[in-house]
Design a protein around this ligand. Sequence first.
Ligand code: ZN
Ligand code: ZN
Length: 457
Amino acid sequence: MRILPLIAAGVLAASSAFAQDLTKGAADIRDKALADPLAWNITESLTSEVGARMTGSPAMERARDWAVGKFRELGFENIKVEAFTTPTWSRGAESAEVVGPVPHKLAILGLGNSSPTPAGGLTAPIVVFKSYQAMLDQPPGSLSGKIAVVTQAMGRTQDGSSYGAVGAQRWAGAAEAAKRGAVGYLIRSLSTDDTRLPHTGGGLAGGIPAAALSPPDAELLERLADRGKPVTVKLQMASSTNPASPAWNISGEIRGKEKPDEVIVVGGHLDSWDPGTGAVDAAAGIGITTAAAKLVAQAGQPRRTIRVVMWGSEEQGGSSGAYAAAHKAEMGQMIMAGESDGGAGRIWTVSLPRAGADHAAMTAFRATLPKLNVAVSRAAPTNGGADIAGLMLGGVPFVDFGQDMSRYFDLHHSADDTLDKIDPKELAQNVAVWAAFLYTVANSDVDFRPKPAAEAK
Ligand code: ZN
Ligand code: ZN
């Protein structure tokens, strides 16, 4: 009876020393990250030495070799190249012009899964819809022989939510236009910029040519259509598809010392669209997560394993499902998953699973955040990233670190997605958040899985 309080006090003293160590370690790694150039160097290396890297292209093979080389150079262990196949689309020559009533050249980029036009091009009258819903409201057959044009603009938001709000015009629009008889489909780019650069991206195949217009060209078509006379557009697109392109998920580990089978999975996607060099989408995510894991390793071998995954086909799909299928047996031992795919803007909010929130490790992590000007969201994470969706479905806990996306959609999927748009200080702030998080999770026994009701008592 008397010895119990002594034991309890001893446990308490040990756990509070542990908490103090974690808090100090997390603050140290945060401060180190803010002055560390590794994330920038990785991002610079990928965008300069590989450049644009569409899944299914020869550049993706170079990206795979780059990833293996980078993991080796940084001392990661257990490096794996996991092959899978996925359908891919590849761009050919493209052009568009208004042929009447007034000739104008149009700046376009074909959308993923678009069909090519006949070799001589496709010339047809356009029908302009100023909202996506207005096109959906048209009955089947009503767009027969026409090129449907949706010109709904995307607003600028800090959390990027406007992308989801208007995104369907890109990812579902061609199929919807085809259902209504359209022979071609054009959208105003999902862009918050006003340059003449169009923004590409994936969409459902509609069996018709589909492309994104630069915002000024979308506005030009609106103004021409508003005049009430028929407007005719000529499209020429020569894309091709491959039903089973080779692709790879590449990973490297910082092996845990005490519990190496308990794995924390983080990373970014290695593939990109083709107009730029895929800097903000998503070389930055590769740089941020790889550098964060490396900083944890430099602070001393962690208790648990941190695995960085460079997913090989986010933009055209396939890497999430392939990764989940290959790691099904292991999912129960995955402590958590996270992906950095919101560009290179600073992190302004973090969402953590509710289970584990009271653990000393998360207290230590949260203590690093005020200096980084990051708020802790009261909401549980809902979307951790496209490449970890398969793990999330398999029950692996996940985090969502919200980046400032105010400028992201100026650049996203356009020729302007290049290294110079990244602010090294904002990139380092991302690394600081991820490094502090990985450090506290990998050096503790925090468990993010909700406890069964019986155990929770
Ligand atoms: Zn992305
Ligand atoms: Zn993307």
